[in-house]
Design a protein around this ligand. Sequence first.
Ligand code: G3D
Length: 188
Amino acid sequence: MGLLDKLVACLRLRRRDVNVLCLGLDNSGKSTIIDRLKPAGAQVQEITPTIGFNVEKFSTVSLSFTVFDMSGQGRYRYLWEHYYKDAHAIIFVIDSADKLRIVVAKEELETLLIHPDIKHRQIPILFFANKMDLKDVMSSGMLTQILRLYNIQTKPWFLCLCSALTGEGLLEGMEWLQDRIIEEMKRK
Ligand code: G3D
């Protein structure tokens, strides 16, 4: 048990359980990101492509995350919507180097945003613009334009540049997401 865990136990604070959906096209880096977010000992060396979905669990001081790593392969994307209702937050991963399929990512995002279980909720969406370690990636301005993120006015969202390979940006994004989830819980 780490120091913070002991402190939480001493203060008898209970971590709140939250469900987070990790969405995005196949090959965008969802599994690699989730693997990076897990405690060091739990990291797996070989990451197999997600068939259907995987479930991963990890905790921070105040939240206990269950992350649904949803397969981005076209034939499995229909599964996503079954998990919208119980989700407290969404992580949408973008391959910032994939200029060909960014339009497909935009269409998937649009479908997500108009879904009845998402449309009227203030569910936070963290966009991880992944693979920033590569050359010739799309900038945050470009991604905001192409994905029309400025049209998302009823939900808190954040476009976070990151690299699952180096770990850069992941913590910043997760801190933002955690704060929004806690804010939303307090609001209810
Ligand atoms: P998915 O779960 O969204 O399908 P994966 O994607 O996590 O399986 O990653 C797909 C490929 O992208 C993997 O390469 C992985 O190593 C690579 N990748 C993930 N994140 C990054 C990143 O930030 N930078 C770079 N350069 N590559 C990344 P392979 O070769 O195993 O297919």
